[in-house]
Design a protein around this ligand. Structure first.
Ligand code: MTE
Ligand code: MO
Length: 539
């Protein structure tokens, strides 16, 4: 047979022994695995840049992980990492994927099959995640499919090059072959690897840039000033005790706490936004942004609170919101008898349910809010439109980027956090917090000022008491009363000797209820107990 005599086939026996069958070194295998996965993720991110970033397999897997995380773990993450929890999640995912990629590469040293299988499996995880996201369009599934294909193709391509290179190396160990370091296959492998690395970087970055091209800031700016017909009372100068260490009455935008499940903030233009009001109503409504802003706007100063706020915690902030009374919109739709729940959905699929009687209560003044502290809503706080209901924790009321309101019963629909073990009703509990002195502070001897905030939306605060080292309660001076739906600042003074001290506070609301000393954690419907702070007075 002719092939037997060809020089190529004559060399064939040398491909195998003396070192056994050809296989990649561990590091080359690992590199092939790592580069292929990087290429796959970057390709997916690039396509997602065009069809909507939430379709990026990496982000979709992250978002799915957030939705599937068991409650105790989520609690732990928020407690430990605070608002950095998402960065920690994304970094953790990168680490896990990198390890999987390394393993896939290393177990594919002889044959590309194990790595190919792993690439397909990882790709399918991405497809499943994107497929199950509520916030990806119909084209969204292209991103993970392209990602899967790129992952497999790049893996097989680089693996093939690396095998040829390994083959050359092995034969170059034989004295007669004369193939040195400059073997074309070695150079091809290195150049291809570098090209894949650079390509992945460019594709990933491109997807990110292109995905963020939606100019939501331009849309925000175009909104201009939102002028309220019914203004909130001006905030009097004596509404806080910032000189004595309390936070400011109105929370500056950059300090306003942020809690949501969104890995990337939804970017919706006001001109593209619409709200559907449907379910147990006489007339279904479809409202555009201009429909809302053309109405008589109302201002309300409201202290928002997160149910995850531990005693003494930071997840509470105050703003003056401007918007359309939710009650008016619902009256227009005509809420049918028997309706219990206002079930609202965000563009990213997050949902929550608020009691209809609370939302309809004219004394509460629930809002479809368009603006906050004199500006259109910041993107991370729900631009173009969010719901604000005084007196309810955010998880049962404060839907950001809201696009759908369904009037329904509690039996019919369950909001995002209700499925995850939180209470169906989420009225804000009467609470107070010591802002100064801070824990473990060292303060000068003499008169020590103790100050803080108290809240009981929508009832209002009547009294705050403070005691030191378990002594008698002393009534604190309350700052100006701005609104029952907002917090109230307080301050008092104690003459204290040098050494360690402990201070506690408790609030009484305008219904006469004094907050309990019983310590419970945030699950299922908000923490209770007195805040206490230990500090040292210098001798
Ligand atoms: N779309 C969306 N809206 C949401 C959430 C969310 O995860 N997604 N979180 C809610 C919770 S738990 C709270 S406490 C408030 C926080 O609002 P803020 O981030 O503007 O302070 O938003 C609510 N609205
Ligand atoms: Mo929350």
């Amino acid at each position: 047979m002719s092939c037997v005599t060809s020089p190529l086939s004559a060399a064939e026996p040398a491909d195998r022994p003396p070192h056994g069958p050809v296989r990649l070194s561990r590091s080359v295998g690992a590199l092939v695995g790592l580069l292929s996965v990087a290429a796959a993720l970057a390709a997916g991110h690039l396509v997602a840049g065009f069809v909507g970033l939430s379709a990026s397999p990496y982000l979709a897997v992250g978002n799915t992980a957030i939705d599937l995380t068991p409650l105790p773990l989520k609690d732990f993450a928020v407690r430990t990492f605070g608002t950095h929890d998402k960065l920690v999640l994304l970094s953790g995912m990168a680490l896990v994927i990198a390890v999987l990629a390394l393993v896939a590469g290393v177990i594919s040293r002889r044959s590309p099959l194990p790595g190919t299988i792993l690439a397909v499996l990882l790709g399918l995880v991405g497809v499943a995640a994107v497929f199950n996201r509520p916030d990806t369009g119909q084209l969204g599934v292209f991103a993970p499919v392209v990602s899967l294909a790129v992952g497999v193709v790049v893996f097989r391509y680089l693996h093939g090059l690396a095998m040829r290179r390994a083959l050359d190396d092995q034969s170059s160990a034989e004295p007669a072959t004369g193939i040195g370091d400059q073997a074309p296959s070695r150079r091809t492998f290195l150049v291809s690897s570098a090209a894949v690395a650079v390509g992945a970087g460019v594709a990933g970055l491109g997807g990110q840039l292109f995905g963020n091209r939606v100019n939501v800031e331009a849309s925000r700016n175009a909104v201009g000033t939102l002028v309220a017909k019914t203004k909130a009372p001006a905030i009097p100068a004596g509404a806080d005790f910032t000189k004595d260490g309390t936070v400011s009455f109105i929370t500056p935008g950059k300090d306003f706490y942020r809690v949501d499940t969104a890995l990337t903030v939804p970017r919706i233009l006001a001109e593209d936004w619409s709200l559907r009001v449907h379910g147990m109503v006489d007339r279904e409504l479809n409202l555009s942004y201009n429909d809302l802003r053309g109405r008589d706007l109302v201002e309300q100063t409201v202290t928002m609170t997160c149910v995850s706020n531990e005693v003494g915690g930071p997840y509470i902030s105050t703003a003056t919101f401007v918007g359309v009374p939710l009650r008016d919109v619902l009256a227009e739709a005509g809420v049918k008898p028997g309706t219990e729940q206002l079930f609202s959905t965000s563009v990213d699929g997050w949902t929550c349910g608020s009691p209809v009687d609370v939302v309809m209560d004219p004394a509460r003044g629930a809002l479809l809010a368009l603006g906050m502290n004199g500006e259109p809503l910041p993107v991370e706080h729900g631009f173009p439109v969010r719901i604000v209901v005084p007196g309810l924790y955010g998880y049962v009321s404060a839907t950001k980027w809201v696009t759908d309101i369904e009037l329904t019963t509690y039996a019919a629909r369950q909001g995002y956090w209700i499925d995850r073990g939180w209470g169906v009703q989420g009225p804000i509990k009467t609470q107070s917090r010591i802002d100064s002195p801070q824990g473990f502070a060292r303060v000068p001897a003499g008169k020590v000022v103790i100050s803080g905030v108290a809240w009981a939306q929508p009832t209002g605060i009547a009294k705050v008491e403070v005691r030191v080292d378990g002594g008698p309660w002393q009534q604190a001076l309350l700052a100006a009363d701005v609104s029952n739906s907002a917090w109230r600042m307080w301050r008092t003074e104690f003459d204290l000797k040098g050494g360690g001290h402990n201070v506690e506070c408790r609030a009484t609301d305008k219904s006469g209820y004094t907050q309990t000393d019983q310590r419970v954690s945030v699950v299922p419907d908000g923490a209770t107990g007195w805040h206490s702070v230990s500090f040292t007075v210098q001798a």
